[in-house]
Write a protein that binds this ligand. Structure first.
Ligand SMILES: Cc1ncc(COP(=O)(O)O)c(C=O)c1O
Length: 386
């Protein structure tokens, strides 16, 4: 197939042809044949700022020419600046951060912080939740086909349905170290947490001395129409996990917490690459772009346009349209894959969130015209058949 190549030695995918992407700019990527696509998935939610944003590219270039890496026995200006910048965009109680390299690591750290600061071992997570694939994060993840091959996992995790207050109340006890949730479940099919549920989760955690953990790895950095989705809920977590687009495409993870959690924490945390100067320099530029270009406001506006238009489609194949900001799921009454294939043929790359949900998570700077034609093409493809 033109524009695809095979990674012959890659574990798990050897022999599987995949499209070769050679360039990205803004909301677009190009494959090796020169074909241009609109990236409606923001490349797994990493390209919130758009691909190769000039300010982020410049920061990476400059930093790479000065210092790519140094031992964490030392600090660096980008590291100090990134931590300052990130904390300045968060409520004052969230004032301690540990830097790592991925979402799963950010969640592992969240688990360690909650366990060590409470002296308890149990966690309540949500059905349909996804938190990563390392052993702790996988234990918090819901889908059994992801978990089963690696069991036994970390003990003490239970799952309740998102937005089921009675089940949450019944599951949290004085043995619970933490309650963890995504405010909009990403991989699980774009399910939005109810404000009452999130507020109740806060009170239940307070009543039992458990930590409230928000996984904002996919919902953070402007995606839901706020810089961080929790701003929409008026509820603050004790522990906040961030990753994906936080450094504009350079791998990073950040777990933010309070001095209260820090003061009770017994163990140590360390990561060779966590907080490296290249990721931090990219992170400073990425946070500046988030603020200066008001990506949150743009996500809110374009998200509302998209949700209204998609909800107005009188198409019996659509079961429900859900979302918050520019994080939208179209749940179909049938499998999403044929429609994703047809969208790709027409120049739009989107991904599924579960077998029947078409997920839209475009780079936030996507132009009004590209967003408009993407929505029009989705309408056509869903009408014409996949
Ligand atoms: C909500 C959420 N948490 C955690 C992760 C894991 O992140 P990573 O793949 O960087 O380990 C993901 C990745 O999709 C995610 O969407």
């Amino acid at each position: 197939m033109m524009g695809t190549e095979i990674a012959r030695g890659e574990f798990g995918i050897a022999g599987v042809p995949r499209r070769t992407i050679v360039r990205g700019e803004g909301a677009h990527v190009w494959d090796s044949t020169g074909r241009k696509y609109v990236d409606l998935g923001a490349s797994l939610g990493v390209a919130n700022h758009g691909h190769s944003h000039p300010r982020i590219v410049e920061a990476i270039r400059r930093q790479a020419g000065e210092l790519v890496f140094v031992s964490s026995a030392y600090t660096t200006r980008p590291r100090i600046e990134f931590v300052d910048r990130l904390l300045s965009l968060l409520p004052s109680q969230l004032n301690r951060v540990f830097l790592s390299n991925s979402g799963a690591e950010a969640m592992e750290t969240a688990i360690k912080l909650a366990r060590s600061s409470t002296g308890r071992s149990d966690f309540v997570a949500m059905m349909r939740g996804f938190h990563g694939r390392t052993m702790g994060a996988l234990s918090a993840t819901w889908r059994s086909e992801l978990r089963r091959p690696f069991e036994p996992l970390v003990p003490g995790f239970s799952h309740v349905p998102l937005n089921d207050l009675a089940k949450l109340e019944a599951s949290v006890s004085d043995r619970t170290a933490g309650v963890m949730l995504e405010l909009v479940q990403g991989e699980g099919g774009i399910h939005v947490a109810d404000p009452e549920f999130v507020r109740a989760a806060r009170s239940i955690c307070d009543a039992h001395g458990a930590k409230l953990i928000f996984d904002e790895i996919q919902t953070g950095v402007g995606r839901t129409g706020r810089r961080w989705a929790f701003e929409r809920y008026g509820v603050r977590p004790d522990i906040l996990a961030l990753a994906k687009s936080l450094a504009g495409g350079i791998p990073i993870g950040a777990t933010v917490t309070t001095t209260g959690v820090e003061s009770k924490f017994q163990g140590t945390l360390h990561s060779t690459f966590g907080g490296n100067p290249l990721a931090c320099a990219a992170g400073v530029a990425a946070l500046d772009v988030l603020v200066d270009e008001r990506l949150d406001e743009r996500a809110e506006r374009l998200g509302n346009v998209g949700l209204a238009r998609l909800r107005g489609l009188a198409n019996p194949k659509i079961r429900e349209v859900r979302g918050l900001g520019l994080m939208i799921g179209i749940e179909l009454r049938e499998r999403a894959t044929p429609y994703l294939e047809e969208l790709r043929r027409r120049g739009y790359l989107a991904s599924a969130a579960g077998p029947q949900v078409l997920r839209l998570l475009p780079p936030i700077p996507i132009s009004d015209a590209d967003w408009d034609s993407a929505l029009g093409t989705i309408d056509e493809v869903l009408r014409d058949g996949g």
